[in-house]
Design a binder for this molecule. Sequence first.
Ligand code: ADP
Ligand code: ADP
Length: 230
Amino acid sequence: MPLIQARNVNKVFPNGCHALKDVSLDVQRGEVVVIIGPSGSGKSTFLRTLNQLETITSGGIFVDQVDLTDKRTDINVVREEVGMVFQAFNLFPHKTALGNVMLAPMKVLKQSKAEAQKTAESLLERVGLADRMGNYPSRLSGGQQQRVAIARSLAMKPKVLLFDEPTSALDPEMVGEVLDVMKELAKEGMTMVVVTHEMGFAQEVADRVVFMEDGELVLEETPERFFHSD
Ligand code: ADP
Ligand code: ADP
């Protein structure tokens, strides 16, 4: 069974914008799917439907066989299982890197402070920030802040991580360090759906590349075929 099944998803915004038109996509466990396409083609909207940040107008979305459109489905549980990393990292400015990563596990997963700290420390090590745990966001570079944001998402032990243009807000010299962390996660078997303009990442890391245009998913390919289609 695929971990994510999106079936004929349609999204019509209240202003009439038909942002998603019959979008269907399966994502297998451990798979990395990269979504590319022009600005305004619906990539971000689609990603946001996968954790119900955006409701859908019609169609179905199942995560681990749970129907997200079923009114009985607890959206908070869905958001724990489907983590999201945004373009803007949105860290709490008055909390250290460690504090930011500990917060949700304590508040949402009801972990003890000691347990949350242990998890947060190991995650910050994993994203290469062992020596920055006590820093406040203002004392971290953009790349470091985004790595904290990734650690923060991982702390919720999600079944899948969604990335919405995770490197677009970064200075060019910091893009690599964030992509490296994402590559490492992919290697470790994390299921990931990534909206990005980083074609190198798509080519190197994606199991599948999906192309969106005008609200439609128009092409699904392996990177080999996508990037060498002559
Ligand atoms: P992409 O991520 O590919 O740039 P988006 O998913 O952000 O595209 O947007 C897809 C389309 O939906 C665009 O035409 C955009 O203007 C429209 N859209 C996005 N959010 C809203 C909204 N909240 N209300 C109305 N239209 C929206
Ligand atoms: P992105 O492509 O990264 O999603 P946008 O600039 O398209 O960025 O959208 C930024 C925000 O504005 C999003 O929250 C989106 O939902 C909203 N938005 C985009 N287009 C419209 C629109 N036509 N009407 C209302 N809200 C919109």
